[in-house]
Ligand binder design. Structure first.
Ligand code: NAP
Length: 337
């Protein structure tokens, strides 16, 4: 089979298209013909060795893929050849609370990912693709969508009439907007681009703020609500945390997810977080059970992921460069097979 491989933390320049033997499914395993993959910000980091000592080389990068069951190993009853499936981000976190052992098997980091024509998965690490989704749309779900689901639905428990704040127009944030609207919540969405803010409104955002021209966007978000937002989906990290604390109501939640905004300011407003009794909670994607629950909701609501652009398999470097540019809106995809 053809696959992209990295010999070391050499960045996108180190990606090589190579031949490897097509794997065979053992007992309890399923061989999947990968049809599509999508990129996450994390993939820009892992190709540079951003996973530290947990990262293996040589590595097939990229965590998120969807495709068709090609063959099922002995003992597999849930899937037959031809079934459309999505691979879980963690192949070892099937359900329940997270643990170090469950989070060991992260695709495209600690174990090989999906930038390959075929991949073998444990059968419990696969879920069925909702019928209304294309393979490219299905490939958008394992990391970005599940992280947004974990923030908005599992942690946030967002209800109709509540307010959430999303940051920027990358994969996680747009899914967070879509899940919050699915619940009947109010969404305040930010972006650095007025053109992207227009697109957020067409996706259902109730209010938008340009975080470049309004650097005190947290204050603005608080003013737009009665008492502050119930939940911030924090993809900026420490660099945006001060404004997020400002935006959040007393007793509200900040779902701490990303690192996009870089270094922290000179003074973090943690005393304000204490005074406002806010909850700051880290999120790491989710389990296979969570992925299944999210796919059920996506199916029921006929929700469709927002795909920015799909690149052919031989233009993987261009796909990474597009992702790195930040010009995208939603997910950057690769058609694999
Ligand atoms: N903890 C987890 O389990 C988990 C899972 C998935 C992702 N993540 C992390 O979450 C973050 C988002 O991932 P992603 O794949 O959705 O990223 P992405 O698609 O690359 O998001 C890029 C977009 O983020 C926005 N952005 C950049 N800097 C910003 C800032 N300072 N303030 C607000 N928005 C900013 C920009 O939107 P505009 O162009 O509209 O300004 C940019 O286009 C990353 O840090 C990633 O590592 C964590």
């Amino acid at each position: 089979m053809k696959c992209f491989e990295l010999q070391g933390p050499d960045g996108v320049e180190g990606l090589r298209l190579v031949d490897r033997p097509t794997p065979k499914p053992g007992p309890g395993q399923v061989l999947v013909r990968i049809k599509a993959a999508t990129l996450n910000y994390r993939d820009l980091l892992t190709v540079k060795g951003g996973y530290g000592s947990r990262q293996k080389f040589p590595l097939i990068p990229v965590s998120d893929g969807a495709g068709l069951v090609e063959a099922a190993g002995a003992g597999v009853r849930e899937f037959v050849p031809g079934d459309r499936v999505i691979g879980s981000f963690f192949e070892t976190w099937i359900g329940g609370e997270p643990s170090a052992a469950k989070m060991q098997g992260a695709l495209g980091g600690a174990v090989d990912g999906v930038l390959a024509e075929y991949r073998v998965f444990p059968s419990q690490a696969l879920v069925r693709t909702p019928d209304h989704l294309t393979d490219v749309e299905a490939a958008a779900l394992p990391c970005a969508a599940l992280t947004a689901w974990s923030a908005v639905i599992k942690l946030g428990g967002v209800k109709a009439g509540q307010a959430i704040l999303t940051q920027g127009t990358g994969g996680v944030s747009i899914f967070a907007l879509q899940f919050a609207k699915m619940c009947g919540a109010r969404v305040i969405a930010t972006s650095s681009s007025d053109a992207k803010l227009e697109r957020l409104i067409s996706l259902g955002a109730d209010a938008t703020i340009n975080y470049t021209t309004t650097p005190d966007w947290g204050k603005k978000a608080r003013e737009l609500t009665r008492q502050g937002v119930d939940l911030v989906v924090e993809v900026g990290g420490v660099g945006t945390l001060n404004e997020s604390i400002r935006a959040t109501r007393i007793g509200g939640i900040i779902a701490f997810i990303g690192v996009l905004a870089g270094a922290p300011p000179a003074e973090l407003r943690l005393p304000l977080l204490v005074l406002q009794q806010q909850r700051l909670q880290g999120i790491t994607v989710g389990s296979v059970e969570d992925l299944q629950a999210m796919c059920d909701a996506i199916d029921l609501n006929k929700m469709r992921p927002v795909i920015d652009r799909t690149f052919p398999f031989d233009q993987v470097s261009a796909a990474f460069a597009h992702m790195a540019s930040g010009a995208h809106f939603g997910k950057v995809a690769i058609a694999v097979g």
